[in-house]
Ligand binder design. Structure first.
Ligand code: SAJ
Length: 403
């Protein structure tokens, strides 16, 4: 069998859509994943993650013979590393998956190959991998091209954004940057911006940290306004009428696998210098804890006033509005915390974007809203915006559903 033009290592939320996009352009891609189930699913032309339009893209690419998958890498001209970079210990980035993916292709590398890392990585990772490769294969020194090229796609809109977003491309030298740029030009319509690998690594971390800091500002305002008896939604709306002010929205915390995670890559390596970035993480984490406390207090108050326990509707489990993704979700954290403290309570748990959950018994939106005494909005899903609420209900709106 002919060698594929591209080997994609890691078939997750970014690797699989990227592999499908490249294959759609009639370029042969071989996807690699350590999970045999993922490999089997992809080879059947099916997908193991939720992302609009990805199912058709993978089905077509596999049917047309441009995408196949395996457990071990095969020889190619371009290798793209899109594996997870989790944490070890206390918020310390763990690049061992990037390292083992790199070691896996060491024997396959040859002069002229292009090696790209897309995984979110601490500063200096690409240079570390360059040193690792040169040490094991000294004859390849300065003879392969290496670059860091982060993605910046929004879950739920990945297939569109992969093509249309601008990208930052940072090589270990100018030739590498040029080679990577020529490669991405074949699939990306957005502008491609040249830099070095360290700046590209930092750029990815800074984009998400910047959003985290801005959300922390909004969340901090929500705590202050709660004490000061000011409607934070009205306040932000009014402040944003200023031509140079653009405050984001407070919520029940910050979730997902990017914004709540990437700032720690900076904080862990530059703890003294990253005071604001670290504090923003703490503020956003504290916001979820504060919401759980607010719910407890509202329940106790209701019980004292009515001499019975309230029925509580907990509205939303996803990590942000209008998606079904519960990973790293502040809403789910709050629901768990509330239930932990009161396992005999009467709760309706609502998540309109999923049908069934293996831990939580789910209730429909209207049924919960009609029967609960206290209604807590944890996620601003569209389905919640038109609920008719009778005036006897106590509402805790942490994400501006009612405003
Ligand atoms: N959130 C707020 N208030 C806001 C906006 C968001 O509380 O005003 C919360 C959301 O509810 C959610 C969290 O922040 O819990 C993150 O949601 P998000 O929509 O801001 O971002 P993600 O995590 O879905 O995707 C981000 C994006 N990064 C930026 O917008 C800078 C995306 O472009 C990145 O590609 C992605 O992270 C990633 O993979 O790094």
């Amino acid at each position: 069998m002919k060698n594929p033009e591209v080997v994609m290592i890691g078939l997750g939320y970014i690797g699989l859509p990227t592999a499908a996009l490249i294959a759609q352009n009639k370029v042969e891609v071989f996807g690699v994943d350590i999970n045999p189930k993922v490999v089997e699913t992809v080879n059947k032309g099916e997908i193991h993650i939720v992302e609009p339009e990805l199912d058709q893209a993978v089905a077509k690419a596999v049917e047309n013979g441009f995408l196949r998958a395996g457990i071990n890498p095969v020889a190619s001209d371009t290798y793209i590393i899109v594996v997870p970079t989790p944490f070890k210990g206390k918020n310390e980035p763990d690049i061992s998956f990037v390292e083992s993916a790199t070691r896996g292709i060491l024997p396959l590398l040859k002069e002229g190959d292009l090696y790209i890392i897309e995984s979110t990585s601490p500063i200096g990772t690409t240079e570390k991998m360059r040193d690792l490769i040169y040490e094991a294969r000294p004859e390849l020194k300065d003879k392969i091209y290496m670059a860091y090229c982060p993605e910046r796609v929004l879950p739920g809109n990945v297939m569109y954004e992969l093509v249309h977003n601008d990208r930052v491309i940072g090589g270990i030298d100018d030739e590498s940057t040029n080679k990577a740029l020529t490669f991405y030009k074949r699939f990306v319509n957005g502008e491609l911006h040249r830099t070095n690998s360290r700046t590209a690594e930092m750029c990815k971390l800074v984009e998400n940290s910047s959003r985290d800091v801005q959300i922390a500002f909004a969340n901090e305002l929500s705590l202050i306004c709660d004490k000061a008896d000011i409607n934070v939604w009205e306040l932000i709306n009014l402040a944003n009428k200023h031509p140079r002010v653009n405050i984001l929205q407070p919520g029940s915390g910050v979730g997902g696998h990017c914004i709540a995670v990437d700032p720690y890559f900076i904080v862990s390596d530059y703890p003294m210098e990253s005071q604001i970035i670290g504090t923003a993480r703490n503020v956003n984490n504290y916001k979820s804890f504060w919401c759980a406390e607010k719910i407890q207090n509202a329940k106790l108050k209701f019980e004292l006033e009515n001499r019975r326990k309230p029925k509580v509707a907990l509205m939303g489990l996803a990590f942000k509005p209008n998606i079904d993704d519960l990973r790293e979700s502040p809403a789910k954290y709050i629901v768990n915390k509330v239930l932990q403290n009161d396992s005999n309570g009467d709760y309706f748990i609502v998540e309109p974007n999923i049908e069934k959950h293996n831990v939580f018994k789910l209730t429909g939106v209207n049924e919960a809203a009609e029967n609960a005494d206290i209604i807590v909005f944890l996620v601003a899903h569209e389905e919640f915006k038109n609920i008719e609420l009778s005036s006897d209900k106590l509402v805790l709106d942490f994400c501006g559903v009612i405003k």
